[in-house]
Write a protein of this length. Structure first.
Length: 202
């Protein structure tokens, strides 16, 4: 679903899609009024959205969430096709934006993860989550990951980036699986999103 009139008000489609993935993969999915504001840029100079645009945005976000939940439920490929690793920063920008959206959603939902964590007893859960988030963080902002490293470590990380990128899909699957394991003692999360429309398009 394209939302051209709202592009000035929301983050990039890649970032928004990443947020939706992070929301849909959480142990407990928050209510729409909690996470939908995260997609807005929040620039004070902008005029408030008209009610019709708010409704259009909300419908689009729910559609995206429903589609993402089906992908997760069916255990299909989690990484969007447009998200590819490349040595060229321009060619990997969508991947970076998507991962940044995932990490942003996770940071906003840390309490949700913690609450589920308190109710579950999973061996190696912490190391699994740390491994996932570390990979997401490095690929989301390689320059930041390089900062503070000496030349030798920067070279080693640069050489290992393609290998790390190949691990991304399995780690996304483990991230989703871990959330599912943590959610085992919580109420079902899929019931409120039954119909599956088409997703956002970039």
């Amino acid at each position: 679903m394209k939302l051209p009139k709202l592009e000035a008000h929301i983050h990039s489609i890649g970032f928004v899609s990443g947020i939706v993935f992070g929301v849909s993969a959480a142990p407990e999915i928050p209510m729409p009024e909690t996470w939908m504001p995260w997609v807005l840029k929040g620039t004070k100079q902008q005029k408030p959205l008209a009610a019709s645009d708010v409704n259009k945005l909300a419908d689009g976000l729910v559609s995206q969430l429903q589609w993402q939940l089906r992908i997760i439920k069916d255990e299909q490929r989690f990484l969007p096709e447009a998200c590819i690793w490349s040595e060229s920063e321009a060619e990997r920008i969508t991947l970076q934006q998507w991962l940044q959206g995932v990490l942003f959603a996770h940071s906003q939902l840390e309490e949700v993860w913690f609450n589920a964590w308190q109710k579950a007893d999973l061996n190696e859960a912490e190391s699994r989550l740390t491994r996932c988030l570390k990979c997401f963080s490095v690929l989301a902002d390689t320059e930041l990951a390089m900062s503070g490293l000496d030349d030798k470590k920067q070279k080693a990380l640069t050489e290992n980036l393609p290998i790390l990128a190949k691990q991304l899909e399995p780690l996304l699957k483990d991230y989703v699986n871990l959330a599912g394991e943590l959610a085992a003692s919580l109420p079902g999360q899929f019931e409120m999103y039954n119909e599956i429309p088409k997703p956002f398009q970039s």
